[in-house]
Design a protein around this ligand. Structure first.
Ligand code: HDD
Length: 682
């Protein structure tokens, strides 16, 4: 089915195809295969009488329904996923023996699940939160899971604190408020009393926590992993995903409004981009540190609250992942996929990062409760594309029928098979790191500096990004009822930057700190979103137009936008057809009632009907709001008069068609800018 269905296929797609079921045009049966003749009325003793236990179809249907739900993930419950492929640009053979990172001709199937962390499955997409970015590579040597986030550091240094951190950020237990938000007392109490959170909080309060799209987020493996090459030499490595569209964000007001107008904004964006052929692309980057240089930095490279500044350790771009196929069934694929940072292949290994070590336990454990037993690797989305075999048997929901009587090792009855593979045959061998020490419960002194990189982040970003961080702190702490917690947090962040702490303090009713500050002056320009890639490709444009438009000009602009990869969508008074002066007909995509500027990246205003006062008023709001969200707005024809009257003329990011031949080009150039921050918004 795969080939004709989507037009592109790979090993994983072929495998999944064996499990895809299409019931269209078929007869209804029970789960036992019995054809069902009545699905509307249960079996009763008389048409007005009681339902009979004997009705096996009713019982089966109802029982299955009653058991449809499984526990949602304890974190990252709300997610959305897609299939794709990864291809290498250059062989990494000198540093890793992982085959999929050696052969540039291999296309490795991938499955990527993006998620928010805190909210439940039914929460909104655009909340302020970390985004999960988990990738399963189905390699010929087994599955490799890169279970990362869109922020390169983490809240805590040791996994034993993970349950505490999650309890603090989740809705408060006595009233389950607030949903999908960190703006409450327990979270900020945790922050102030666990100061290793400082760096992560700077990122969480930044624009990174409100991405414009899953397609426009960076991804990070966060931990330091190991590469091991064929000679057994090891390297420290950090993984990065870089979106080819650049890293872009919503603004807070927009994120808020979207949570109501379209809580599915991010999943819809991903789904539609793939359906429409705007395949999201992410380049894989690696930062590599030689083993000999483990202690060459002023931070501990095993500390997950630290980045390796890109200017010090360059990110080498080694390949690209393209997401080109939506799932067929969200439950079967997105919900049942089981990621695990411990799923590695030869050539990729772990380090002693205490956060990573804890994760190696937690992920299998959580799948056991979530997916109901130890055979979750047999669920189609989780199956490797290479053969898998061992002496593990039985358990809930076992699918394979293992023939023969031998299920132990060593044996003679089956010639001691399945047998172990030597390293030369591809058997996994743990890196033989020398370890010695006393058994202790403690933190290495090299993990003690919680503030320098938080300041580095602050130093690296633009004034606009800084203002957003200040406002995010003001919002979050403004929701904290405990004045003591608010004061503790402000005092804590005085260690990052004194002006930042003072700016927060003045708005949230606590005493501005008098001392503090940091002597860190270093900056890492790569951390600022101002230095990302800017592109108009795949940006959505609301085209506001009613009957009587200028046919040739409008057709020309729309086709120019499409030719440059933008997505114009017609917004008008009502759904149906609108007709130009010379009879051109356009299908309306959105009636104004269901459209809003927050759903689009830019607005192109052609004509406001002067017949419909309500529409005129709504459109005025639409454009005002787009303007206040720093978006590009353009006008031709009657739209121009509108702009003149409403005083938009001459403002930055406002494109008025003085010349129809150049309008589309100028407009597209401005759309690529995404936000015109230097616009004065009062
Ligand atoms: Fe985790 C899910 C990412 C630390 C325990 N985590 C989960 C997911 C992502 C991450 C993306 C969702 C995967 C999916 O889509 O199914 N987690 C991270 C990152 C971390 C991190 C980047 C720090 C670098 N996590 C972390 C720690 C622990 C966990 C320290 C526990 C010791 N994470 C879990 C979990 C989850 C999970 C409870 C919930 C659902 C699941 O695993 O499958 O086991």
């Amino acid at each position: 089915m795969a080939d004709e269905r989507k037009g592109h296929t790979n090993k994983k797609d072929h495998q999944l195809d064996q499990f895809r079921v299409d019931d269209k045009g078929k007869k209804l049966t029970t789960n036992q295969g019995l054809k069902v003749s009545e699905d509307e009325f249960s079996l009763k003793a008389g048409v007005r009488g009681p339902t009979l236990m004997e009705d096996f179809h009713f019982r089966e249907k109802m029982t299955h329904f009653d058991h449809e739900r499984i526990p949602e993930r304890v974190v990252h419950a709300r997610g959305f996923a897609a299939h794709g492929e990864f291809q290498l640009y250059e062989s990494m053979r000198n540093v890793t023996k992982a085959k999929f990172l050696q052969d540039v001709t291999i296309k490795t199937p991938v499955f990527v699940r993006f998620s928010t962390v805190v909210g439940s499955r039914g929460s909104a997409d655009t909340v302020r939160d970390v985004r999960g970015f988990a990738t399963k590579f189905y390699t010929d040597e087994g599955n490799f899971d890169l279970v990362g986030n869109n922020i390169p550091v983490f809240f805590i240094q040791d996994g034993i604190k993970f349950p505490d951190m999650v309890h603090a950020i989740k809705p408060e237990p006595h009233n389950e408020i607030p949903q999908a938000s960190s703006a409450h007392d327990t979270f900020w109490d945790f922050v102030a009393n666990n100061q290793e959170t400082a760096h992560m909080i700077m990122w969480l309060m930044s624009d990174r926590a409100i991405p414009r799209s899953f397609r426009m987020m960076e991804g990070f493996g966060v931990h330091t992993f190991r590469f091991v090459n064929e000679q057994g030499k090891a390297y420290f490595v950090k993984f990065h995903w870089k979106p080819t569209l650049g890293t872009h964000s919503l603004i807070w007001d927009e994120a808020h409004e979207l949570a109501g107008r379209d809580p599915d904004f991010h999943r819809r964006d991903l789904w539609e981009a793939i359906e429409n052929g705007y395949y999201p692309e992410f380049e894989l980057g690696v930062q590599i540190i030689n083993e000999e240089d483990e202690f060459a930095f002023d931070f501990d490279i095993l500390d997950a609250t630290k980045i390796w500044p890109e200017e010090d350790v360059p990110v080498r771009i080694i390949g690209k992942m393209t997401l080109n196929q939506n799932v067929d069934n969200v439950f079967a694929e997105t919900e049942q996929v089981a990621f695990h940072p411990g799923h590695v292949v030869p050539g990729i290994d772990f380090t002693n990062d205490p956060l990573l070590q804890a994760r190696l336990f937690s992920y299998t454990d959580t799948q056991l409760i979530r997916l109901g037993g130890p055979n979750f690797h047999e669920i189609p989305i989780n199956r490797p594309v290479c053969p898998f075999r061992n002496n593990q048997r039985d358990g809930y929901h076992r699918q394979t029928i293992n023939v023969g009587k031998v299920s132990y090792h060593k044996n003679s009855l089956a010639g001691n098979t399945p047998s172990e593979a030597s390293v030369a045959e591809g058997g996994y061998q743990h890196y033989q790191e020398k370890v010695e020490g006393r058994k202790v419960q403690g933190r290495s002194k090299s993990f003690a500096d919680h503030f320098s990189q938080a300041t580095l982040f602050w130093n690296s970003i633009s004034e606009t990004e800084k203002m957003h961080i200040i406002n995010a702190f003001r919002f979050e702490l403004g929701k904290v009822k405990s004045k003591s917690v608010r004061q503790q947090v402000v005092d804590m962040f005085a260690n990052v930057n004194l002006e930042l702490a003072i700016a927060i303090a003045v708005d949230i009713g606590v005493v501005p700190p008098k001392s503090g500050g940091s002597n860190i002056t270093k900056a890492s320009p790569a951390l600022s979103q101002q230095n990302t890639t800017f592109s108009a490709f795949s940006r959505s444009v609301a085209v506001i137009v009613t009957d009587g438009f200028h046919d040739a000009d409008v057709k020309y602009v729309l086709s120019s936008l499409k030719a440059s990869g933008l997505q114009p969508e017609i917004v008008s008074e009502k759904l149906g057809i609108i007709t130009g002066m010379n009879g051109t007909q356009l299908e309306v995509d959105h009636a104004n009632l269901t459209a809003d500027s927050v759903l689009f990246d830019a607005v192109y205003m052609i004509r406001g009907s002067d017949r419909n006062k309500k529409f005129n008023k709504d459109i005025a709001y639409f454009i005002d709001e787009a303007f206040s969200h720093y978006k590009t707005i353009g006008a031709t024809h009657e739209g121009i008069q509108w702009f003149e009257i409403n005083d938009f003329d001459g403002k930055t990011g406002v494109v008025i068609a003085n010349n129809m031949n150049t309008f589309a080009h100028e407009f597209i150039k401005e759309v690529a800018v995404h936000r015109h921050w230097n616009r004065q918004i009062v």
